[in-house]
Write a protein that binds this ligand. Structure first.
Ligand code: B12
Ligand code: SF4
Length: 501
């Protein structure tokens, strides 16, 4: 038996909006606490000097667990692991989360990683920590990959996806939303009401992680949880982390009804697909808004049915996007349509079609914004074999995945002239959507320029003509002038200059 019973869990810095305390760590902490272990959470968002804190806490800990997503998370995870290994070479360092679950063998090859918990972590980590505490060997822990005494990599069989109703509730009490509010300006509490998505989009790893096993809390559980947690922590905003919240529409509607009936007031948002939302009635979508839903994210990805088929998104159609925009607009819910550009098999014609149709939707429904990205292949996505055949090089080490600059083009079929045309048409598409949003809050200089540019830009998108882009030049000059004026006067910019429409 080791004397200490402390487990340190680290959430590295990331790029993206602050969303409250990392739910992954709160979920992992819960069974450990129930079993009598001490847990220290270290999150960059509230401990910017996390390196010092971890080294101090690790000095007498049982093990260090690190949560890793592809991208910037990796850099800090690697740095911390190396530093901790120097301090305590024998203390196990355990990686978990999406990146290490999807690129297990490669991650485990790193000398500073002793074990990887694949998939959902609650039960596997608890079992591992118990074995570490008792000095027992690690063979036989389902869902675990590790290095044995001879340094050989061992992969234990998968642990079946757990029904989240059978897992302990996240240890919300470990993270004070007030401290997190200092980082985001908002008292937030991330919540998951379901896991998994029944679909199999070719670029998404949800199916690899959750095996398409959608499982969800019952309505009463969700409503009771929120009715208890929101007032207890004085929460203003609840981002739902469900993969596809509307899979069970009846449940979603009943949750909204329950929230309204409970009388608690807070804003919440979620991600889902347009096929589900478009099937809801106008009243049901209004009910979502009444219960506090102010924003919904959709992986629409393309408005070309051919590209949607290539993505294995046959379940989604352009009419559903329009219907979704219409119903959410009526209800006053802001929606973001994500768009993937440069997907294998997408041609310029498909792209132009997407820009035209999406622009038409946004022209009709002012609640729609877009978040376009060039296709980025993450580890474990089902389309990798095809990508390799098409010349995409898969990163060969953990650290290479860190520098896979998110949104930067790594696609060999998108180069030179074509890439330039894509960038230009995308800029026009975004500018067109900004122009629609001319309000009196926009500085007069920018407002004037946008009015002047509206008609020619719409013509360009309609005809897919993007040569001699004088509107872009003018718009950039105006943006610079607005920014300069704001610097001179000290006035804050009323809108982000680089906003995604
Ligand atoms: C919230 C979220 C984020 C937030 C996370 C911040 C926060 N405060 O929580 C932010 C905005 C940072 C984010 C960013 C990105 N995300 Co994201 N995100 C999610 C989302 C919606 C929920 C994650 C979550 O917290 N779930 C709830 C918790 C309980 O589950 P969990 O995190 O999976 O944790 C469990 C296990 O993974 C495991 N586990 C996790 N950590 C650890 C650590 C240890 C030690 C152990 C043992 C186990 C373990 O146990 C936990 C409990 O079961 C998921 C989709 C989804 N449905 O899960 C996508 C998802 C994880 N994101 C994804 C992507 C693509 C991204 C981005 C790359 C997007 C982009 N283009 O920028 C960036 C990467 C940013 C970076 N590296 O800096 C992908 C997968 C990425 C990958 N390969 O790593 C997902 C799966 C979406 C998808 N379907 O494609 N994301
Ligand atoms: S609908 Fe969304 S979560 Fe489901 S498989 Fe497709 S991209 Fe992934």
């Amino acid at each position: 038996m080791t004397e200490t019973n402390k487990v340190v869990l680290f959430y590295p810095p990331y790029e993206g909006p602050p969303l409250g305390a990392p739910l992954s760590l709160l979920c992992l902490a819960s069974p450990l606490l129930q079993a009598g272990f001490e847990v220290r959470l270290v999150d960059n968002l509230v401990s910017p000097d996390y390196e010092k804190t971890i080294l101090r806490e690790a000095a007498d800990a049982l093990c260090l667990g690190i949560s890793v997503l592809t991208g910037p998370h990796i850099g800090a995870a690697v740095r911390i692991s190396r530093a901790v290994k120097k301090l305590r070479p024998k203390m196990p360092i355990v990686f978990g989360g999406w990146h290490s679950s999807l690129a297990t063998e490669q991650t485990l090859r790193e000398p500073f990683v002793d074990a990887i918990v694949r998939g959902q972590g609650e039960l596997t980590l608890l079992e591992l920590v118990q074995r570490i505490a008792d000095g027992r060997e690690w063979h036989g822990v389902a869902g675990l990959s590790f290095k044995d005494a001879d340094g050989r990599i061992v992969h234990e069989p998968e642990r079946p996806v757990a029904n989240i109703n059978d897992l302990p509730a996240p240890a919300y009490h470990l993270a004070d939303p007030g401290i997190y509010a200092a980082a985001s300006g908002l008292r937030q509490l991330a919540y998951t009401s379901s896991v998994g998505c029944p679909y199999q989009c070719n670029y998404c790893t949800d199916q690899v992680f959750y095996k398409r096993r959608f499982n969800a809390y019952r309505v009463a559980r969700v409503v009771d949880d929120l009715a208890e947690l929101v007032p207890r922590y004085n929460i203003e905003h609840v981002p739902l982390f469900d993969s596809n919240f509307l899979v069970d529409r009846k449940r979603a509607v009943a949750i909204a009804k329950g929230i309204v009936a409970s009388g608690i007031r807070f804003r919440w948002d979620f991600q889902t697909s347009t096929d589900f939302l478009s099937l809801m009635s106008e009243e049901e979508v209004r009910l979502l808004a009444e219960s506090g839903v102010h924003h919904i994210g959709f992986g629409t990805e393309s408005a070309s049915q051919e590209v949607l088929t290539l993505m294995n998104k046959r379940f989604q159609h352009v009419e559903q996007m329009v219907e979704t925009a219409r119903k959410t607009c009526l209800a006053g819910i802001h929606v973001v349509f994500n768009i993937i550009l440069g997907y294998p098999g997408e041609t310029e014609t498909h792209r132009e079609q997407t820009f035209r149709i999406m622009s038409d939707i946004a022209k009709e429904y002012s609640n729609v914004s877009f978040s376009p990205n060039i296709f980025t292949p993450y580890p474990g996505i089902p389309i990798w074999p095809q990508l390799k055949e098409m010349g995409v090089r898969e990163p060969l080490s953990l650290e290479e995945w860190e520098t896979l600059a998110l949104g930067t083009n790594v696609l060999p079929w998108l180069r030179g002239e074509e890439l330039q045309r894509l960038r230009r048409s995308l800029e026009y598409f975004l500018l067109n959507n900004q122009i629609r949003k001319v309000t009196t809050k926009v500085p007069w200089l920018r407002r004037g320029a946008r009015r002047l540019l509206g008609a020619p830009i719409r013509w360009r998108i309609g005809k897919s003509r993007y040569s001699f882009p004088w509107e872009l030049w003018l718009s950039r000059t105006v943006e610079k002038a607005v920014a300069r004026r704001s610097l001179l006067t000290g006035q804050a910019l009323p809108e982000r200059t680089q906003e995604v429409c």
